[in-house]
Design a protein around this ligand. Structure first.
Ligand SMILES: [Zn+2]
Length: 107
């Protein structure tokens, strides 16, 4: 298991590769290999031969592939900047996540 710094539903920005600068929502996290699936990021086109009955026409299919979580940064839902988070422990013992950019709590 690899610790992934983002979770399902987070918005992230891609830091490298052909999708650099793109933002999307995390659809799925794969802790076994540290990869994540991000909405409309790392989309590849596959030329497919007709394969009835599922793909009777063949042609170009678009597929979203998982990418390494280390290639993305979390986007803060409050200030919409790329950010890192730090954890703060409240007096009551609750842990909250704080955005390093705007200092607001991220849920
Ligand atoms: Zn922020």
């Amino acid at each position: 298991m690899i610790k992934v710094h983002v979770k399902k539903g987070d918005t992230v920005e891609v830091l490298s590769g052909k999708d650099k600068g793109k933002r999307g929502k995390v659809l799925k996290v794969f802790p076994s290999n540290g990869k994540i699936l991000v909405d409309s990021v790392n989309v590849v086109k596959r030329h497919t031969k007709p394969r009835p009955p599922k793909i009777p026409q063949g042609g170009i299919l678009e597929k979203t592939l998982p990418l390494y979580a280390s290639r993305v940064m979390l986007v803060c839902p409050q200030c919409s900047k790329k950010t890192r988070i730090f954890k703060k422990i409240l007096e009551a013992g609750d842990r909250i996540k704080i955005c390093q950019q705007c200092g607001k709590e991220i849920r």
